[in-house]
Design a protein around this ligand. Structure first.
Ligand code: MN
Length: 227
């Protein structure tokens, strides 16, 4: 048997300091994982279990160019630490969770906030707000052997040289091991999965011409131009 047409290319991220590529299976994103961001979005951080949505692997952008998307006039940045899994499973114990993480990256969960707002109001899925083309700019992956596991440290986003998000990883409500344990009770996690681990406060709208620089201590910086 042959394919009816050529299969799409495998989505992948470069691995820093190596000629290898990390083949991407799924992209999971946690919502409202920093208390101040939860509040700025109008919710109470003390009253919610974690929840997740997905982006598609082909939403990833690795060339530093984010084309302003169609159908929105309110596209927000959300800078996030990204965990990359080289193995997975179901019902992973919190104590074993980090053994599945092979590296980390810096990513942007770009969001059509106006369309997401309509979806929330009508009880509809979030794909139109979250999983549009090129909605996931991301750096390459820094291996754990180089950066260690990232449980504390600065996370910030500068827009045109001005800090707009500035927090620390230890303010995550759900730690990365907790996210992996919880996700693996709902889905079978696999090698190649990425987890966008939530954004701190300071989300706001970008415009064409903006330069977004995202930083997490220990990782290569993400630089993205909105065009
Ligand atoms: Mn997000």
């Amino acid at each position: 048997m042959t394919y009816l047409f050529d299969p799409p290319p495998q989505a992948a991220l470069p691995v820093a300091g190596s000629d290898k590529l990390f083949p991407v299976h799924r992209i999971y994103c946690v919502g409202r994982n920093y208390a101040e961001h939860t509040r700025e979005m109008g919710h109470d951080p003390d009253k919610e279990p974690p929840f997740f949505f997905q982006k598609n692997p082909d939403c990833l952008v690795t060339d530093g160019v984010f084309p302003y998307p169609a159908a929105s006039e309110d596209v927000h940045w959300e800078l996030e630490l990204v965990a990359a899994l080289h193995s997975g499973g179901v019902d992973i114990a919190e104590a074993d969770a980090l053994s599945h993480v092979c590296g980390y990256a810096v990513g942007l969960d770009m969001t059509r906030r106006d369309l997401q707002g309509v979806a929330k109001k009508l009880g509809r899925p979030w794909e139109v707000g979250k999983a549009f083309e090129k909605s996931a700019p991301c750096t390459g992956i820094t291996p754990v052997a180089t950066c260690g596991h990232l449980e504390r440290g600065r996370i910030w986003l500068a827009v045109n040289g001005e800090k707009r998000q500035d927090s620390v990883l230890e303010k995550m409500i759900w730690s990365i091991p907790q996210q992996i344990a919880y996700l693996s009770s709902l889905f079978e996690l696999r090698a190649g999965d990425l987890i966008f681990t939530g954004t701190p406060e300071g989300v706001s709208a970008c415009k064409r011409g903006d330069v977004l620089v995202g930083h997490v201590d220990g990782l290569q910086e993400l630089e993205v131009r909105v065009v």
